[in-house]
Design a protein around this ligand. Structure first.
Ligand SMILES: Cc1cc2nc3c(=O)[nH]c(=O)nc-3n(C[C@H](O)[C@H](O)[C@H](O)COP(=O)(O)OP(=O)(O)OC[C@H]3O[C@@H](n4cnc5c(N)ncnc54)[C@H](O)[C@@H]3O)c2cc1C
Length: 298
């Protein structure tokens, strides 16, 4: 049983951070509560951010996509703005989280701030160079998502509020593919791989390979990315992709647990990375509207 002294409901971002810093004692933010109620932390009060004006999903005048931290996974999975961005990579990741009742309550902010290595939205967002917007009473900060996670269930936040996530308009044009392996549809992922390639004519521009459930934090396989980034598409033959996949497998740091062995997870990182790179490149060379820019598969 979670014994709380006070439940505070914030009406704005400013009010949320003020309520958090006011004390007395220790406070935590709550959004959907789907993680928090499973593992109630020791605290004196919670600050509910669901009415703090952080639920919007919008394109900025520059074409960037902004997703408020309190947007639910259901809203993200069904928003035309998100389904139409990078082939629906992020909406597909949201659609594969938990089950419908969970998705209608759970938020993107909660998914990231809970900071599980298996957080389902993390690889898709990392592959699109997501930027986190963070607020405190006297400060605002933005930082790349790859710098946000500091360990299992740990982030840089330290009591600050995640306000939202921004994705650049350019990231929305990436050829993106993702795959998530699980034991059953509702279980947490054993291995997650998301690949996103910027195509500049006959060459790959930015290349991103993001991994989940195979290290203490969701991560990018940067050495593998370097093998693909800037390359002529014609040079990215099956051998080169196999090399990149092997490097990605070497970069991750999986654990053995009751769900899968570390060896299996590492092997699957290699297999999925190779397949997803091949399929993203195949989609890039067929630029027809339905050319398989697949956001993800369960
Ligand atoms: C049955 C079930 C199935 C699930 N399946 C999946 C799954 O398949 N994949 C998956 O990834 N997850 C899954 N989850 C976990 C969970 O639903 C998600 O991580 C969800 O996105 C958490 O969001 P929330 O809004 O409920 O977070 P909350 O429980 O409200 O908060 C989680 C943590 O984030 C902090 N927090 C929340 N919002 C903010 C903010 N804006 N700023 C700062 N800190 C904040 C809270 O203080 C807390 O520490 C499942 C959970 C359940 C119960």
């Amino acid at each position: 049983m979670w014994e709380l002294k006070e439940y505070r409901i914030a009406g704005s971002v400013g009010e949320a951070v003020a309520m958090m810093r006011r004390g007395p004692g220790k406070g935590v933010y709550i959004a959907g509560g789907t993680d928090l109620f499973l593992f109630p932390p020791a605290c004196d009060y919670v600050v509910d951010v669901n009415h703090a004006g952080m639920s919007s999903i919008a394109r900025t005048p520059d074409g960037d996509l902004f997703i408020g931290a309190a947007a639910t996974l259901h809203d993200i999975a069904t928003s035309p703005l998100v389904t139409g961005f990078a082939g629906g990579l992020v909406s597909a990741a949201a659609a594969h989280c938990g089950n419908r009742p969970v998705r209608t309550t759970a938020t993107i902010g909660g998914n990231l701030c809970n900071a599980l290595p298996s957080a389902d939205l993390a690889p898709a967002l990392l592959a699109l160079d997501a930027v986190c917007y963070i607020a405190d009473e006297d400060s605002q900060e933005s930082l790349p998502l790859e710098d946000f996670f500091t360990g299992p269930r740990r982030t840089v936040l330290d009591g600050r509020l995640l306000v939202g996530i921004a994705l650049s308009a350019a990231a929305g044009e990436r050829r993106a593919q993702a795959r998530r392996l699980t034991r059953s549809a509702e279980d947490i992922a054993l291995v997650q791989v998301a690949v996103a390639l910027e195509i500049e004519g006959d060459r790959v521009g930015a290349a991103r390979i993001a991994l989940g459930s195979v290290a203490p934090v969701p991560m990018r396989a940067m050495l593998a990315e370097a093998l693909v980034e800037g390359e002529l598409i014609a040079n990215l033959d099956p051998d080169r992709l196999a090399d990149a996949a092997a490097i990605a497998a070497a970069e991750c740091d999986p654990i053995d647990d009751h769900r899968a062995s570390a060896e299996y997870r590492r092997e699957m990182v290699g297999v999925l990375t190779r397949r997803l790179l091949a399929s993203a490149l195949a989609a890039a060379t067929d630029m027809s509207p339905d050319s398989g820019n697949e956001g993800g598969a369960a």
